[in-house]
Design a protein around this ligand. Structure first.
Ligand SMILES: [Zn+2]
Length: 193
């Protein structure tokens, strides 16, 4: 179902940064503040995210917010109604570019849309739909983590496979390998060869 356009347009807030930078924590903080203001909030996450049960957004510090897990952004319209004022989406980088016109439609119908996601993948390339969403955004919050090697501010996500930097062409799913992700600064981030 489509939602009617509104004379009062909404807005888009993008919270981005590497892993362990507190993106979900910041998203949950904004959700809780909207709920305190008695605004009607609907929360989504991608169904691929298995960090917690399908019905919650979970930050690394353990905070929870109930969420609908969907794999197709068209399913947003099963839950978003004319009375919804705020739409929050966690781990948005997992969605394809198909989500961009859906986000634009939500903004057009007057919703305040708040999304969080990784802006860069482990190769330090822009991640999926994020560059487009960052261009459309009214407000961008770029969070930093702490580099696990040197303690500087970190904007990169280091992928390690069996303790070594992942290679450029390593598949995203490696059966039987020990995988780990760390926040790293630019100097300490590396790609295996
Ligand atoms: Zn470093």
């Amino acid at each position: 179902m489509k939602i009617a356009s509104s004379p009062n347009k909404g807005s888009l807030e993008v919270i981005c940064g590497p892993m362990f930078s507190g993106k979900s924590e910041e998203l949950i903080r904004r959700i809780k503040r909207a709920q305190l203001a008695k605004l009607s909030v609907v929360v989504f996450k991608h169904r691929f995210d298995n960090r917690s049960t399908l019905q919650h957004v979970r930050s690394h510090d353990g905070r929870l917010s109930p969420a609908h897990a969907v794999d197709n952004p068209q399913q947003f319209f099963d839950y978003v109604t004319s009375t919804t004022l705020v739409v929050a989406i966690d781990e948005i980088q997992f969605f394809s570019n198909d989500i961009v016109p859906i986000v634009c439609q939500l903004i057009d119908s007057g919703k305040r849309v708040i999304v969080s996601g990784l802006d860069l993948d482990f190769k330090n390339n822009p991640f999926g739909c994020m560059p487009l969403l960052l261009a459309i955004a009214d407000h961008v919050t770029k969070l930093k983590a702490i580099c696990m090697d040197c303690g500087s501010e970190a904007q990169c996500t280091q992928r390690l496979v069996n303790g070594n930097p992942a290679r450029y062409d390593d598949p995203l799913i490696l059966v039987g390998a020990q995988e780990q992700y760390q926040a790293r600064c630019r100097n300490c981030h590396s790609i295996g060869i």
